[in-house]
Design a protein around this ligand. Structure first.
Ligand code: BTN
Length: 252
């Protein structure tokens, strides 16, 4: 497989392609610490033996069937308060990419940043940030997109294959993703906070639906949106409460 970004931007212009590695995020971190990563560079692999998810979970993907990569970004003057908007812009880029391949399909963002089709997860994001005082200096943006995998051990996982019923060219998905990531990142750099927030909120999974959640106890509420600090806003008994990551769980 040859990975090359066809757009004229920086993201994915340089690619390190490994047949196999434990985790592209870990690999990127090691390279970053040795000072050999360039802004926009990507580490991509066909198989991860210890793929990592958020909150210590693992990310399973069959060899050669999916997109597994880490994009290294060196920010310029990005305030740490924008880290949630960075998450949102990455989520939107993945949604945009998937919708180019599965036409007429509406993907949703499950807060904070899982990409869903119906009630199934097609893509996950693991962003690791490096800060210096109030500035976001660098980020390693780990992305897993289930492309051609047909069967999953976890019941709530899906792939482009399951949606389209045909294989897609993983290198082509990579190229479209790089361009979408750069477009959405530029919105952030150009300070289009409202644009990112509105589009994220317009595409939120479970938005405006009465659903079950858990914090201290189990309760019912309606997601109304997310604020620019990345907090989820849920209406419960006519009152709006906001939740940080790990403060609330979605129940089915
Ligand atoms: C999640 O949904 O919990 C996040 C999953 C992130 C998976 C990607 S695959 C490429 C990169 N390397 C990793 O070890 N994890 C991320």
């Amino acid at each position: 497989m040859h990975y090359a970004s066809k757009h004229n931007g920086l993201f994915g212009k340089e690619v390190i392609h490994l047949q196999e590695c434990p985790s592209t995020n870990d690999y990127a971190k090691t390279f970053f610490k040795s000072g050999i990563l360039k802004n926009g560079q990507v580490i991509i692999t066909d198989f991860q033996s210890s793929g990592r998810g958020r909150s210590g979970s693992s990310w399973e993907a069959e060899p050669g069937k999916n997109l597994l990569l880490s994009l290294f970004l060196e920010h310029k003057n990005l305030d740490v308060s924008k880290q949630y908007l960075l998450n949102m812009s990455v989520s939107l880029a993945i949604k945009d990419t998937l919708e180019k391949f599965a036409q007429n399909i509406d993907f949703k963002v499950k807060w904070p940043n899982d990409i869903y089709f119906g009630d199934k997860k097609v893509s996950g994001i693991l962003i690791e940030n490096f800060l210096s005082s109030n500035t976001l200096e660098q980020s390693i943006i780990g992305i897993g997109i289930n492309v051609n995998q047909q069967f999953f051990n976890t019941p709530n996982a899906s792939s482009l294959f399951q949606i389209c019923r045909y294989d897609n060219d993983i290198a082509e998905v990579f190229s479209v993703l790089m361009s979408a990531l750069e477009v959405n990142y530029n919105s952030l750099i150009n300070n289009d906070i409202e644009g990112i927030l509105n589009r994220y909120n317009d595409n939120l999974y479970w938005k405006n639906e009465m659903r079950h959640f858990k914090s201290n106890s189990n309760w019912k509420g309606v997601i109304r949106g997310c604020d620019d600090n990345g907090r989820l806003l849920i209406e419960k008994d006519g009152k709006l409460s906001s939740f940080a990551m790990n403060e609330v769980t979605f129940l089915n």
